[in-house]
Design a protein around this ligand. Structure first.
Ligand code: PLP
Length: 448
């Protein structure tokens, strides 16, 4: 019998993908992807009919849930009218979307420059901050992620950048902000020391050379580290004191993910620019936006704005985004994220009693992760930062169990992420947490 006939449809699909396409951030050999046939709400279904509960909303982007017909309808309607116009033309939907975003954003963040994804929002934020201020350095945090294009990758403080270390873009300076679980001296000291360290770095680098500080609205794939209370306010004040712009990267934490429209709103600050993507269209189409203040935009009333993309303000993406924003409101998804987030907090507290491997749980709304440890007293991690393959043996078993039990989620080093779509119900949370509980029982056996 030929090889082809003996293969299931699923195996054939996976093989063709492996033979002819490349996969991000992984060795090409030995990967075992899920072949998704369709998806609805919080569930993915493969070609064999197996159901997976999506506990990371894809890559923390499918906030409204999968398969929403309202987006398909809005996209089809727009395509039937016009699919593409140049960015120098206008469409009804572009203006409507810009207006809606200005309503959602606080302060004078009223002008939208539409991009294609998170990285293009960040690249344009960096470029504009330098042009606007006439200064060149960008300060960002270690343990952060801002995208994989050259500037965004250099801005990131993530080990994914180490492979391309020699290609770093110039004039980025990183600073450390330790996280509370692995800081011995309490939150007050953490705030004081971190703010003092940032002020020192600004003095060393020269405030007259620093265009912007770039920070995630809330930390995401680095481990959902919560800012010490008062930190972002202090950063805002430092920026104001030195004429430095504050750029918030809300690519992952934006659009209800943390129980508010934007992560920074938990800290009562208003940035000068917001980089957006992911939850803006929830992955139905790739899209992004750089929202800028009236003050910044005013500079380009009579001067050329030197930013441009062939697909900026793509009408079909604008239509998808506008409908997505309606859905957040119509379905009350942001309140649901806050409510479900609190429920998950309570349930994870109960899991801590059952599982000695749970060291820490960090969460805001539906952007959280469990950190697994080998020992609660010493906090020895189940897998260290930037773990090598042989340090991932236990966590790989946990991840494999999660998949086997019918869950798709993000497992990185010793972290298991819990970031389901904002439409999740209590019953679905229970279903997902039961899978996570069973999977991390494996890690409990390695606690010493
Ligand atoms: C905080 C943050 N910024 C930027 C990006 C880059 O977005 P994209 O992959 O759409 O370029 C990501 C992606 O995960 C992100 O989490």
């Amino acid at each position: 019998m030929s090889d082809t006939l003996s293969k299931t449809e699923t195996e054939e699909i996976i093989q063709e993908n492996l033979d002819y396409t490349l996969f991000s951030w992984s060795k090409q050999k030995g990967s075992n992807p899920i072949a998704v046939k369709h998806a609805e709400g919080v569930y993915l279904y493969d070609y064999d009919g197996k159901r997976y509960i999506d506990f990371s909303s894809g890559l923390m982007n499918v906030n409204i849930g999968h398969g929403d017909q309202r987006i398909t309808d809005a996209v089809v309607k727009q395509m039937q009218q016009v699919s593409y116009v140049t960015p120098s033309s206008v469409t009804k939907v572009r203006g409507e979307l810009g207006k809606k975003l200005a309503e959602i954003c606080p302060g004078d963040l009223n002008k939208a420059f539409f991009t294609l994804c998170g990285a293009t929002s960040i690249e344009n934020a960096i470029k504009l901050a330098r042009l606007y201020t006439g200064k060149h350095k960008i300060l960002t945090r270690y343990q952060s992620y801002h995208g994989s294009s050259n500037g965004a990758m250099t801005a990131s403080g993530d080990p994914r950048k180490l492979a391309v270390d020699a290609q770093q873009a110039p004039n980025f300076v990183h600073f450390d902000l330790p996280y509370l679980y692995r800081w011995e001296y309490g939150e007050e000291a953490l705030l004081k020391e971190s703010v003092a360290a940032l002020e020192r770095i600004i003095a060393y680098e020269g405030p007259g050379n620093i265009a912007a500080i770039l920070l995630e609205g809330q930390s995401g794939s680095s481990g959902c580290f919560l800012y010490p209370k008062g930190y972002l306010k202090a950063v805002r004040n430092i920026c104001d004191k030195h004429g430095i712009l504050l750029i918030m990267d809300e690519v992952m934490s934006g659009f209800g993910r943390t129980g508010k429209w934007f992560g920074f709103e938990h800290h009562c600050i208003v940035p000068d620019m917001i980089a957006m993507a992911k939850g803006l269209t929830c992955g139905y189409l790739p899209f992004g936006c750089l929202m800028v203040s009236d003050r910044i935009a005013a500079k380009y009333e009579d001067a050329v704005l030197p930013l441009g993309l062939t697909y900026s303000a793509h009408p079909v993406c604008c239509a998808a985004a506008l409908e997505t924003l309606h859905i957040y409101e119509e379905d009350n998804l942001i309140d649901n994220a806050a409510t479900m987030g609190k429920y998950i907090d309570e349930q994870v507290e109960l899991l801590k009693e059952k599982h000695p491997s749970i060291g820490d749980w960090r969460n805001e709304g539906l952007l959280g992760c469990i950190e697994l440890v080998k020992n609660r007293a010493t906090k020895e991690p189940m897998a260290p930062f930037n773990a090598k393959p042989d340090e991932m043996l236990v966590m790989n078993k946990v991840a494999a169990k999660i998949k086997e039990l019918g869950m798709y989620t993000f497992v990185r080093w010793g972290y298991v992420f819990i970031a389901p779509p904002l439409c999740i119900t209590k019953e679905q949370v229970d279903e997902g947490l039961a899978i996570i509980s069973e999977a991390i029982s494996i890690a409990d056996d390695y606690v010493n």
